[in-house]
Design a protein around this ligand. Sequence first.
Ligand code: PBG
Length: 323
Amino acid sequence: MAFPATRMRRLRKTGVLRGMVRETELSPSHLVYPMFVGLGEARAPIEAMPGIDRLSISHAVEEAGQAQELGIAALLLFGVPADKDEVGSGAYDEEGVVQLAVRAITEAHPDLVVITDVCLCGYTSHGHCGVVLEDGRIDNDATLDLLARTAVSHAQAGAHAVAPSDMMDGRVGALRGALDAEGCQDTPSVAYSAKFASAFYGPFREAADSAPAFGDRRSYQMDPANADEAVREALLDVEEGADMVMVKPALPYLDVIRRVKEATRVPVAAYNVSGEYSMLKAAAAAGYLDERATVLEALTAIRRAGADVVISYHAKDVARWLR
Ligand code: PBG
């Protein structure tokens, strides 16, 4: 029965009424805070990401404590190694930066969930996510073993979950097989399943010093125009043993989040990436937008689209605002 019998505004009259019928909840327990950790004692601001720094391990331990106090569920760690080479050895070095950071953080804050990004791009001299052949192509299958070694070394250092972000075919299964063979059968994988070749990663590449030295990532990351393919990627990762799947970036891909959730019915994470963060920070700094209101709206929208977990550089601010 339409108007006047139906009046949608009846349930919008007061804050309490609106709260009663609110369909989507945003709370710190859904949030993951990404952190960049380097060797050495310096704390270096990232120019395009105001409020986010590259941290030393001891700073990372301190920030992890703040995140936990704010009720944030988990961290996602990215390492910035001292040296790089053709095959990204620093990624699977047992004494590498992520491995050391995981040990330090889990020892200091045993209840915080620590997830590690598993990829080679931050560790390779050419900046690609896989092994590069002489003709410049990326060798999918040769990369799998290195990714699997990386994941196992993270799990053995104490990571609670590993998140492969390289977009090689078959990596989720390769990681699962290696983790199981090494006694890490209880370590879940959070697969970056629908990871698009996005220009919104720009600020991250400054932060992680991981821009490709030649070419781009379009031979492995997805074409932003494709959603059926994103669903296929997610279903394949679930078949290969992914415990959680991810869509990345988040805001320009809300439709993909919804479709992946409906198709897989597994927990879905969405990555509100560096460029999405920078946009709102820049607009807020210029006085064009209200930072708090826009960030809360954006993250609520990502949850509404179907994300169980939201990975965001805004996580600490959001947790403070929700107090
Ligand atoms: C590494 C990786 C990237 C991001 C997360 N893992 C960069 C890339 O693929 O170039 C981007 C995260 C962000 O922009 O916040 N493969």
